[in-house]
Design a protein around this ligand. Structure first.
Ligand SMILES: *Cc1c(COP(=O)(O)O)cnc(C)c1O
Length: 395
């Protein structure tokens, strides 16, 4: 017996739910790639991606996932043998650094761990010790989707300046852009990258890089540049050059619609929606944790991010059993633990095109699963989420 017939709900941290409007916008014939509306569409997207990154800098659209944009960002500003500093707070900055290492970059990891945010003071101390300025770039994820942490990018930028260091600040915003503030220019981020399939509500396959003038200056001497990723090639006037080949038309149609939805809601409202729904999830988990079988991965409450919550299970309770129950019996697909947390927890995503029924439905199903599997938990988690939203979302 199951109660899963109906629309399956995907509560994984990417790809996220694609709004029906976005799917419909993609359902249309192909168009000419050299003139007319597609050229105007590209211009509008490059401009609006800059608006979401909050930058006056240049933006580039790649036919690639986040891993591709990682490579795009690295190849455009680094040379073989350069040294970079990767700030650990989960898995993703580490993965970005790993890509750099494979390209011949010397990578140092500023040790952190899966359960906390990057400490800006540690960044400052490490950069102060780099007397000769050998470190060319600092890599960090704003939100790490494995640990569920949010890093304070503004404070990290300030720490770099306090150290008097001029390394480039390069930020992965794949799991945060469109879901929380990102103030590229004010925070003096030099290079930022993101993907289409998380907060931006578009199918996987597009990714974005933004670069300020400082990064574009460094770019001129970068030795790792390749024809496909190269910013200079993509800055040419010819439309075809902007994608280093055929534009991904249908994904662009989808992205246009997704950005229109986001701007129609208002970025500030979207950020507030994410913060309220995330807190609803945290209220529920806080209650369930009283049963001692589960708890937050991120120890400090103010370091928990607003797009995904990573929950650790202990006492021999199997997170995979809970995930299987939720998907096979109730039609809710939860994220699995990844990296060091593989097999140790679940991830509940609340990112992109989500609203109260989606989140409350997910929490309700997790609570059904906890009951059905006999996993000890404090009673009333979903109720606590309901009360939180009732208090915060005023009539
Ligand atoms: C999902 C994600 C990535 C990787 O994106 P892909 O599109 O899967 O290559 C990188 N960084 C962060 C923070 C992510 O959440």
């Amino acid at each position: 017996m199951s109660v899963r017939a109906g629309r399956e709900f995907l509560a994984i941290p990417g790809p996220t739910n694609v709004p029906d409007e976005v799917l419909r916008a993609m359902h249309r014939p192909a168009v000419d790639i050299y003139t007319g509306p597609l050229v105007a569409l590209t211009d509008s997207l490059l401009r609006d991606i800059a608006r979401v990154f909050n930058t006056q800098g240049r933006t580039y659209i790649y036919i690639a996932n986040g891993h591709g944009a990682w490579e795009a960002a690295l190849t455009n500003v680094l040379s073989k043998g350069d040294r970079i500093l990767v700030l650990e707070s989960g898995r993703f900055a580490i993965g970005w650094g790993e890509a750099a290492r494979r390209m011949g970059v010397e990578v140092e990891v500023l040790k952190g761990d899966m359960r906390r945010a990057v400490r800006p003071a540690e960044v400052e101390a490490r950069l102060k010790a780099d007397k000769g300025g050998t470190i060319k770039a600092v890599l960090v994820a704003q939100i790490d989707t494995a640990s569920g942490v949010v890093n304070d990018i503004e404070a990290i930028g300030q720490a770099m300046r306090a150290a008097g260091h001029d390394a480039l600040l390069m930020v992965d915003t794949v799991a945060s852009l469109g879901c929380m503030p990102f103030d590229m220019d004010a925070w003096r981020v030099d290079v930022a990258m993101s993907g289409s399939q998380k907060g931006l509500m578009t199918p996987p396959g597009l990714s974005f890089v933004a670069a300020n003038n400082r990064a574009r200056e460094v770019h001129k001497k970068a030795g790792l540049r390749t024809p496909y990723w190269d910013w200079t090639d993509r800055e040419g006037d010819v439309h075809y050059q902007k994608y280093a080949g055929t534009p991904p038309e249908h994904l662009l149609f989808g992205l246009r619609q997704a950005l229109d939805l986001l701007f129609e809601e208002g970025l500030e409202n979207a950020f507030r929606r994410h913060s309220l729904l995330a807190e609803a999830v945290r209220r529920a988990i806080g209650i369930w944790a009283e049963g001692q079988a589960m708890g937050f991965n991120i120890i400090e409450p103010n370091e928990r991010c607003n797009t995904v919550t990573t929950v650790l299970m202990n006492g021999g309770h199997d997170p995979e059993a809970l995930r299987t129950y939720c998907s096979q019996k109730c039609g809710v697909v939860l994220g699995q633990g990844i990296g060091e947390l593989s097999g140790k927890g679940i991830r509940i995503a609340h990112m992109g095109h989500v609203n109260a029924p989606m989140v409350l439905g997910t929490l309700g199903v997790v609570e059904v699963g906890l009951s059905a599997l006999g996993i000890p938990h404090g009673k009333g988690g979903t109720q606590a989420a309901i009360e939180w939203l009732g208090e915060q979302v005023k009539a």
